[in-house]
Design a protein around this ligand. Sequence first.
Ligand code: ZN
Length: 317
Amino acid sequence: MPNGNYLGFDVGGTKITSVLASSDGKVKKRVEVKTRKLKGVPDLISQISAIGKQFDDYEGIGVIFPSPISNKGVAIFAPNLMGWNGINIKKKLGEAFHRDVYVENDATAQAISVKLYDKGRKYKNFVYLVIGTGIGGGIFINDEIYRGGNGYAGELGHTVVLTNGPVCGCGRRGCIESLASGRSLARRAAENSREIRNSPFLSSIPLERLSAEDLFSGRELGDPFCTLLVDETVYYLSVAISNYINEFDPEAIFLGGGLMKNDPTLISELKESVDNELGKYYRDVPIIKVADRTVDLAPVALSVYETSRNRRDLTTH
Ligand SMILES: [Zn+2]
């Protein structure tokens, strides 16, 4: 791994976080600003490059962008930022910074961070799943992030676990994202207005404010409806994770995202449910929660990983 400092940007729908850190993950400087998300492509590029001017002396730049990113650096679908669909962000940022800029979606960059700065160090093959508002993923095979033919591999949230389930954002039915993400868990609860009225815990919360966190708290207090919904969610997640284990034979499954913060027993429940689900193909695959720091360092990890790969390619060709 090359020495020196690395710059990372996490461009989100609400804010841009930029971090300068050493290759071993020590944060040197951090800047956070609100995203100018509605003024179009040239404006956002100039906002990012202006932030970049606040940093100097770095070896590489990694950028997390809220869209699937093609192998060539094109943002395919960025619903939270205006005007970005089909734009080559890697090229535009490369021109603004006069150097290579590496761009990925958040889940792929976080998987790289698990490999560089978390327990992923110990494994050559693992699957990372991030369960937040949506569900994303990243796959390491033989010490390399797996990108597939066009750069879109690892869309693990769109694994169908219930063929007649709710319609997902992608258009299919019953994807794990449509059942177990924070947003869909709250939506599944809100669809049951009678159960909510009868629930001593949920009836006091306005429907539009209902969150996955409330459902976890309700389960902890023994609310029967919350218990049913959260238990069902654990089951759906364990079906998806068992599919990944059968497909990729990983040495470990890593989990990140907001849902993981809701209940300290969630990991052990999932492990038990996955073990049951695997049946005759049972293998003891550890399920490990990632540290908050790992997610924080994801754009820096992307920068370190790609810069070092690029240098290796230059020396071997
Ligand atoms: Zn889907």
